[in-house]
Design a protein around this ligand. Structure first.
Ligand SMILES: [Zn+2]
Ligand SMILES: [Zn+2]
Length: 358
């Protein structure tokens, strides 16, 4: 609803003045939400499998509720970009691509952005700011990709200025900003933020053996996980160089990285095998949308509007996969229970059982 005026104005601007830049802001917003949802689904699937998991603990319901508003940052950023387009850029348009602007964005990120973020993050861990603001983000010890964007509003403003503002505004003032540089830079920050909080060690050893200095330029999910479990180490945004420079790197970063990579798939004590029932039952799994999976028995009118999407996802799920796969993991005291999904509907299952009985 907050973005509805933006969407209407974007369509009107394109139809009346052939100004497609506002539509590009809408496209960027949709892409960021889809990107975030892909990370949620993939990381929940990998967490259920258990291989390369970093912190071997479950997520509490409180955390799921707290992180439901993860798209706040995307909405806020879109409104800021839209207002800048409206009042600063006006009817002028930006170039599609500029190599010099892209190079400047990279230099600004490695230099001022990472450096200022590092010291700002350390300041947030001072008890005055920590108790009022940053503790909200640190309430999640076992992180999910969307933990990355769950902050109080004041922090959202600060990150927008430091992380996105410095490179984009500087390149704009230098006249070298372009559509591609804005899109790639914001996507890069989203990707690195989500990866750092996914609680699965995704960076292979070969990356660091091929180019050892990469250790100072690329953080790993286990590196940032230590920031959430130890609180006073590994403050980096995406590049650990300043942690090593100022002695705040956690001494167990390398060993946790190795043990996480060696973590094998979990062997459950019991398996609950299930299959799809109604068309809307694809939304009952934790891998998808929490708001729908938490109320599987209540009917939502907007699911009717989502029917084309539901049919496409159901078709993909049932056509390209015939093997059951794990989608949920629960622990009851010492027992580990896995839920596996046979990607077939009730009608398929009845047909197969009838066929096998003949
Ligand atoms: Zn922190
Ligand atoms: Zn974090």
């Amino acid at each position: 609803m907050v973005l509805a005026p933006l969407v209407i104005d974007s369509i009107y601007s394109y139809a009346s003045m052939r100004d497609g830049e506002k539509l590009l802001i809408v496209a960027l917003t949709v892409w960021r939400i889809v990107h975030g949802q892909i990370w949620i689904s993939v990381s929940r699937y990998l967490t259920a499998k258990g291989a390369k998991r970093i912190v071997n603990k479950s997520i509490e319901f409180d955390q799921v509720d707290r992180e439901r508003t993860w798209d706040d940052q995307v909405i806020f950023n879109s409104l800021v970009i839209y207002l800048l387009k409206l009042y600063v850029l006006g009817t002028n348009t930006l170039p599609f691509w500029r190599l010099d602007g892209m190079a400047l964005v990279v230099l600004l990120h490695v230099g001022p952005v990472e450096f200022i973020y590092y010291w700002f993050h350390r300041a947030l861990h001072h008890h005055f700011l920590y108790s009022r603001y940053h503790s909200h983000h640190h309430s999640s010890i076992v992180t999910e990709p969307i933990t990355a964007v769950v902050h109080p509003f004041a922090e959202h403003i600060s990150y927008t200025i430091i992380v996105a503002g410095i490179p984009i505004v500087t390149t704009f003032l230098c006249g070298t900003v372009s559509h591609v540089s804005i899109f790639l830079y914001i996507s890069y920050i989203d990707f690195m933020n989500s990866m750092g909080h996914c609680n699965i060690e995704l960076i292979p050893r070969s990356f660091f053996s091929l180019f050892p200095p990469l250790k100072y330029l690329l953080y790993t999910p286990s590196f940032h996980s230590l920031h959430h479990t130890q609180f006073r180490t590994n403050y980096a945004l995406t590049m650990p160089i300043y942690d090593y420079m100022y002695g705040t790197n956690d001494k167990s970063s390398d060993s946790l990285y190795e043990t996480s990579l060696e973590q094998e798939e979990e062997k459950p004590d019991a398996i609950h095998l299930t299959h799809l029932t109604s068309l809307d039952s694809i939304y009952h799994f934790r891998l998808g949308f929490s708001s729908l999976s938490s109320h599987p028995l209540s009917s939502r009118c907007y699911l009717v509007l989502m029917r084309p999407f539901t049919i496409i996802i159901s078709f993909i799920l049932t056509s390209f996969s015939s093997r059951a796969f794990v989608f949920e993991r629960n622990r009851f005291r010492d027992l580990t229970i896995h839920s596996h999904l046979l990607p077939k509907f009730s009608s398929h299952v009845c047909f197969y059982s009838l066929f096998s009985n003949l």
